[in-house]
Design a binder for this molecule. Structure first.
Ligand SMILES: CC(=O)N[C@H]1[C@@H](OP(=O)(O)OP(=O)(O)OC[C@H]2O[C@@H](n3ccc(=O)[nH]c3=O)[C@H](O)[C@@H]2O)O[C@H](CO)[C@@H](O)[C@@H]1O
Ligand SMILES: C=C(OP(=O)(O)O)C(=O)O
Length: 432
C-alpha cells in the first residue's frame, strides 16, 4: 500500500494549478445519464472517485472514457443503457454513487441503487433523497440493502416523475443534486426549498441548462424547475460541453498548507469567490491573500495566529476544510475552538495530529486546539479524505520525517497532491 513520506520544514513558493472540483464532477458525470446524446465534460480532475463514477456509468451500459489527448476531457454516451441497477459492489466503494438514482429514475422510470451506508465521518443517511423522490410520485421500497424506485405511470402509460414542492429537513448537497436531476425531466414544476447553495449546485444547474433544462434560483435556497421532455448534449456559449468549476477544497487545502509552513504561492484556476469564509479565517490567522478572477495568492511570513471557527452550510465555513484548518491551528500562536456542525464524527484526524505533537482536546462537537511551536514528524494513518490532507499539512510543517499511511483516502479526492506540493518546494514523495 502506498504511503507519503514528508520531510518537513520547507517554505512553499511558486505556482500551483488547481484541478476541477470533485464534488461538481461526480454529479455532473451522473447527469450525463439524463440525455441520449453524448455528453462532454472538461476540466475533469484525475481522481479515484472520478474513476469509480466512470466504472458505475459503464456498469449501467454507458460508454464513459477520458480522452487520451485532452486528458481533462471525459465523454459519456448513455444512449444505450443495459441496466438501471447500481449494485453494492460499486456503491460501497463511493457514497456519491447514490447520484445515479435521480437521473436513472427520471429518464428510465425505474432504478435500483444500493444504500451507500455510513462512512468514517458519520452515519450519512439518504432519507431526504428518498422522501423527495416519493413526493414526486415515485414508489420506493428499501429492502435487502437496496433502494428500489419506480416512477408513477402518466396518462400516456409512461413512467414519469411528477413535479412537486419539496422542503428537505436539512440542507443536503447530494440530496439537492439528486432531486434537481430528477426534476429536470419530471412532468410540471418542482420547487426545491431549503436547497443547498454550495457552488457545485449552481454549476450542475448550469450544465443542465446547457442541456435544455429549465431551472431558476440555483445558488439560492429555492430552486424552481420546469420539467422538459428530453435533454440534449450540453452546449456552452456555442461550444459543445460543460467545463467543471475549480475545486475550492483543493484550493483551500493549498492555502492552509502555505499558512502553516510560510511561503508565497499563487493558485492558478482558483475561485476566491467560492472560498470567502476560509479566506476570511486565513486573514485572521495573519496570512496575506490577494486574488483575481481566476487566481489566489497567499503570502505567509510569520507563525499563524490561532483562529476559532464553526463549520456550516455554504457560504459559511465548509466542513470539508475543517481538518486542514485544524492543522494550521496546531502550529499557531494561541488557542482556538473548532466546532463541527455537519457530521457527527469528523474529528478522526485529532488523534493522528496528536501523534505529531499537537495539543487538542475534544468535547462533543468541539475541538480545542492549543498551538505548539513545533510539531515532530511521526508515522500517522489517514482515516478519511480531508483527514489525510490535514496530516499532509502537519507533516509539511513538522520537524523530521512524517509518513502518512492509507493514502488511498487522499487519492479519492486530490489530483496528484504530492506532485503539486513538490512543484512548490515541498519535500514529499510517494513510497510503497
Ligand atoms: C460528493 C459530495 O458532494 N460530497 C459533499 C456533500 O456530501 P453529502 O451530500 O453526502 O452531505 P449532505 O449535505 O447530504 O449532508 C449534510 C448533513 O445532512 C445529513 N443528511 C443528508 C441527507 C439525508 O438524506 N439525510 C441526512 O440526514 C448528513 O448525514 C449530514 O449530517 O456535502 C457535504 C457537506 O458539505 C460535504 O462534506 C461532502 O464533501
Ligand atoms: C466528505 C467528502 O466527500 P464524500 O461526500 O464523497 O465522502 C469530502 O469531499 O470531503
Amino acid at each position: 500500500m502506498d504511503k507519503l513520506l514528508i520531510r518537513g520544514g520547507r517554505r512553499l513558493q511558486g505556482e500551483v494549478l488547481i484541478s476541477g472540483a470533485k464534488n461538481a464532477a461526480l454529479p455532473e458525470l451522473c447527469a450525463a445519464l439524463l440525455s441520449p446524446e453524448p455528453v462532454l465534460l472538461t476540466n475533469v480532475p484525475k481522481l479515484q472517485d472520478v474513476a469509480t463514477t466512470l466504472k458505475v456509468l459503464r456498469q449501467l451500459g454507458a460508454t464513459a472514457e477520458r480522452s487520451d489527448t485532452a486528458t481533462d476531457q471525459v465523454r459519456i454516451d448513455a444512449s444505450q443503457i443495459s441496466t438501471t441497477v447500481a449494485p453494492y459492489e460499486l456503491v460501497k466503494t463511493m457514497r456519491a454513487s447514490i447520484l445515479v438514482l435521480g437521473p436513472l429514475l427520471a429518464r428510465f422510470g425505474t432504478a435500483t441503487v444500493s444504500l451507500p451506508g455510513g462512512c468514517a465521518i458519520g452515519s450519512r443517511p439518504v432519507d431526504q433523497h428518498i422522501k423527495g423522490l416519493q413526493a414526486m410520485g415515485a414508489e420506493i421500497l428499501v429492502e435487502h440493502g437496496d433502494i428500489k424506485a419506480q416512477a408513477p405511470l402518466n396518462a400516456n402509460g409512461q413512467r414519469r416523475l411528477r413535479g412537486a414542492r419539496i422542503t428537505t429537513d436539512m440542507v443536503t448537497v447530494t440530496g439537492t443534486e439528486n432531486l434537481l436531476m430528477a426534476a429536470v425531466l419530471a412532468e410540471g414544476e418542482t420547487v426545491l426549498e431549503n436547497a443547498a447553495q454550495e457552488p457545485e449546485i449552481p454549476d450542475l444547474a448550469e450544465m443542465l441548462i446547457a442541456m435544455g433544462a429549465k431551472i431558476e434560483g440555483h445558488g439560492t435556497a429555492r430552486i424552481v424547475i420546469q420539467g422538459v421532455e428530453k435533454l440534449h448534449a450540453p452546449v456552452t456559449g456555442g461550444v459543445p460541453g460543460h467545463r467543471i468549476i475549480p475545486d475550492r477544497i483543493e484550493a483551500g487545502t493549498f492555502l492552509c498548507a502555505v499558512a502553516a509552513t510560510g511561503g508565497d504561492v499563487t493558485l492558478k484556476s482558483a475561485r476566491a469567490d467560492h472560498l470567502g469564509a476560509v479566506i476570511d479565517k486565513l486573514r485572521e490567522a495573519g496570512a496575506t491573500i490577494t486574488s483575481g478572477q481566476d487566481w489566489i495568492r497567499v503570502q505567509a511570513d510569520a507563525r499563524p495566529k490561532a483562529v476559532s471557527f464553526r463549520t456550516s452550510e455554504y457560504p459559511a465555513f465548509p466542513t470539508d476544510m475543517q481538518a486542514q484548518f485544524m492543522a494550521v491551528n496546531c502550529v499557531a500562536e494561541g488557542a482556538a475552538n473548532i466546532s463541527e456542525t455537519i457530521f457527527e464524527n469528523r474529528f478522526m484526524h485529532v488523534n493522528e495530529l496528536m501523534r505529531l505533537g499537537a495539543k487538542i482536546t475534544v468535547d462533543g462537537h468541539t475541538a480545542m486546539v492549543t498551538g505548539v511551536a513545533q510539531l515532530s514528524g511521526a508515522a500517522v494513518m489517514a482515516t478519511d479524505l480531508r483527514a489525510s490532507a490535514s496530516l499532509v499539512i502537519a507533516g509539511l510543517v513538522a520537524d523530521g520525517d512524517t509518513t502518512v499511511d492509507r493514502i488511498y483516502h487522499l487519492d479519492r479526492g486530490y489530483d496528484r497532491m504530492e506532485a503539486k506540493l513538490r512543484g512548490i518546494g515541498a519535500d514529499i514523495e510517494r513510497v510503497s
